[in-house]
Every structure is written in C-alpha cells, then in structure tokens.
Design a protein around this ligand. Sequence first.
Ligand SMILES: [Zn+2]
Length: 241
Amino acid sequence: MALKTSAWRAERNRKALARLTKALPAIFPAPVLTHALKRPFIPPMPRLAIDGYWRAHPIRADRLARALAAKSGAPAGWTWRLASGAQRDLPRSFRFPPAPYRERAFARGPGFCCVCGQPVYRLGWHADLWDAGMNRNATWHAVCVIAWRFWSAPSDWERLLRRVQERRCRESGKRLLRSAEVDHRVPLFKVWKEHRDEPWPQLLGFWGVPNLQLINHDMHAAKCAAEAAYRSQARTQEAAV
Ligand SMILES: [Zn+2]
C-alpha cells in the first residue's frame, strides 16, 4: 500500500514538475524554487510555489510586510478607527491590525497592495524582478496575504512558534505543554486603549512576532484574569469621570 502511494506520488510530482518548469519565468526567486522542489507535493504553478513559500515562512513574511509598510508610511490624515454601524471597510475589532490602505478613502487602487500600500508585481511578488511594471490586476502581495493571516490568526502557526521558542514557556521559563496558547505580550485591547496614536506601521509590530509568545495554559489564564481585572477597573474609572 505504502509502495503504491509513493509510486502515485512520484508520478504526480513528475507531472507537477513538468508543468511548473514549463510555466516558470526565466527569472524566479531562487529560495522559492528550492522550497517548492523539496515539498512532498511539488506545486504545479509558479504562483502556488510562491504562496507555499510564504506560508512556510510566516515570520519572514511578518517582517517583510512591516518593512514594506514602512516604505509607504501612513497616509496623511489617517487615524486608526474601528467600524461602527455600516462602515464595512474599517476593522470590526482591535483583533485585526489597522490597515489604512484597505480603507476606501486611502486605498491606492489596482496594482497596489492593500496591506502595505506598495506596488504589486508579477506573480504577486513585491519587487519587479522582471522589469515588467506593476501588476494592475493585483491588490495583495503574496507575502502580505500570509502576513495578514499570521497577524489575524497567529495560533494557526503554533507549531512553528513552539520551535522558535525552543519549547519553553515565555512567562514561566518552564517546558511548554501541549495545551500552551498563543498570547500577545501587550494585549491587543491595551494596544487599542493606550497605543492607538502610535504611528503606523510601527503599530503592526503589536500583531507580529515582536509581541507574540506561546505560554502555558495556567500562565495564560492568570494573565487573562489580571487583564480582566484591569479592564473592569478602567471601566469603573471611566464611569466615575
Ligand atoms: Zn503588501
């Protein structure tokens, strides 16, 4: 049975490699190709190879997306706001990172990435390796798709974070248990409350690796309880004013 499966996979990979080779532009990022050829299932198209590469390297994607955003800076007149009522282009909650270029008033239009605001090139790449100019059909960089997913749902990459932390709980220093949870060192409600006016894109760092940690469930529960007490105290103070 195993033999049959591996023969099937070898055949599938042979076809995928033939398709990929045929579709591959003369210039293609070398690390992406190396990664693609090492996959158990070789991606049959260049764009799939690129997407797979970033999916496997979310930490790199996080860093690069923030660097690209730093090139753009925040548009003049923009402030971080949450949606109220029918504003569909604003984030509903501080769980999602602020993204000025996703807002209708500040969007740069087709060919620009809605996450970082920089031009998108062929295959969703962030640099014009081909001298082919902007890709006017695109509004996301391949790298920014993954950065956005990582910022919005970091627990999808729990296994990777576990490896990065060498399986140690960042709060207690003890061995990370199976039940460990992804935590924002500075909780996102606090970012919204106390850091809201910090410049974008530095703000994005609160959703990325600089503010992420995997901690054991008991430490997380204690931290959440302390945060809940802090929030209710803040609410009482606000009500008293
Ligand atoms: Zn981008």
